[in-house]
Design a binder for this molecule. Sequence first.
Ligand SMILES: [Mg+2]
Length: 220
Amino acid sequence: MPPLPPAAVLFDCDGVLADSEGLVNRLVAAELTARGWRLSAEQARETFLGMALPDMLPVIEARVGCLPADWALVLSDRIGQALLAEVQPVPGAMAAVRAVVAAGIPVAVASNSARAELAAKLARLGLAEPFAGRAFSFEDVRRPKPAPDLYLAAARACGADPAQCVVVEDSLLGAEAGMAAGCRVLGLTLETDARVFEAIGALPFAAMAALPGLLGLAAA
Ligand SMILES: [Mg+2]
């Protein structure tokens, strides 16, 4: 039997809705290489997957020394511009969101991105409207993922008990945030190994196209 549809579906953005990890990792790698920490986009991905910029700062400063006070703001702004121009949806993500909305289930997005960057990605993907008033950046809460704050805020905005919500994530950090919030967590295995999700009690799945079925919904 398929599971009962959830009270709300809470989406991560990068790697779940927006196929942005590659673009962001290239920009971060180029920026750090220019500052004397030579690393590839792949190494940037391994080092920072799912992390908010404030949590990246100490790691980066340990390698390259003190950064300018506005460093994170300037980089986030540059990332936002690039995403607004280039980012594409994760395959199957748009249809999955449409299927959830069509079923009358509230949706929210909870991201470790800066607020302007998140808004740029949603606008570019045409998702600003379904997530209007229910898009949460690390700037909207006290603590970024892996703390539960973002998913608790997202559940509250949907008027849903976190225990009745499904979180859709692609990183360990994000999945940990969803579990800490008391949600059921589905872990997309494009960026993270299935066993990593299973080890913390999240349910791995391989493609966004499978999401409506996993939620007990028909595909849109
Ligand atoms: Mg992600």
